[in-house]
Design a protein around this ligand. Structure first.
Ligand code: ADP
Ligand code: MG
Ligand code: MG
Length: 193
């Protein structure tokens, strides 16, 4: 279940993990992209942190909405609008429920729609989809999240910049799947489920 406190805590933890792994995320983005994923996400989460401090939102819906706005306006790369759309769809879903599962499912659907993508294309969806299945089954652990990221190595990219290198993307982890692992770990650590 999402609460104001655990969502704020989740976003704080997510920002810390992104900051700590900023160079690593950009390194992952180098062989199959343009080497900026860590910088993009760090800039975005810095903006999220600032807007949440200045606006002091008091509902889960408003926290998600402000997060979406900050990511969409401050991140130049593909990941900004994709994570931003996920957050905006989660804001909408949280108008009628605080249950984490339907809210995260709405986020996943938002990424698919905005990205014209689906799981199996070596993107962040290859972390979001198995994480959500595991949440549904009550089996979510760090190991589940880690093996889903690892499994992106075997996929040939068909969406985003990594699709430009085609089969040469095989053997490399998708950076957006890695940052998404940090997102789900943050939710777990903050006690969302
Ligand atoms: P850019 O590719 O514009 O430099 P980033 O490097 O910040 O943006 O983000 C790249 C990540 O975005 C990829 O690793 C992938 O996970 C995700 N991504 C890219 N395109 C799509 C898409 N169409 N659908 C879902 N995720 C995508
Ligand atoms: Mg990039
Ligand atoms: Mg870029």
């Amino acid at each position: 279940m999402f609460t104001v406190d655990n969502l704020k805590k989740s976003l704080q933890l997510f920002k810390e993990k992104i900051d700590k792994n900023k160079d690593y995320l950009s390194e992952l983005d180098t062989p199959i992209g343009d080497g900026d994923h860590g910088n993009n996400m760090a800039r975005g989460m810095e903006a999220v942190s600032e807007i949440l401090q200045s606006k002091e939102p008091e509902t889960v819906q408003d926290i998600f909405k402000l997060t979406a706005m900050a990511l969409i306006s401050k991140v130049g790369g593909a990941s900004g609008p994709l994570y931003g759309t996920a957050m905006m769809e989660m804001a909408k879903a949280s108008a009628t429920t605080s249950d984490a599962l339907p809210i995260l499912e709405a986020g996943l659907a938002g990424i698919e729609k905005r990205g014209n993508s689906q799981p199996g294309e070596k993107t962040m969806l290859d972390e979001w989809a198995p994480a959500i299945v595991a949440i549904k089954n009550g089996t979510l652990t760090d190991a589940t999240l880690e093996s889903a990221v690892e499994a992106t190595k075997e996929i040939t990219a068909t969406k985003g910049r990594a699709s430009y290198v085609g089969e040469r993307s095989i053997g490399h982890v998708d950076p957006g799947a890695m940052s998404s692992m940090y997102f789900f770990q943050s939710l777990m650590e903050a006690g969302v489920f």
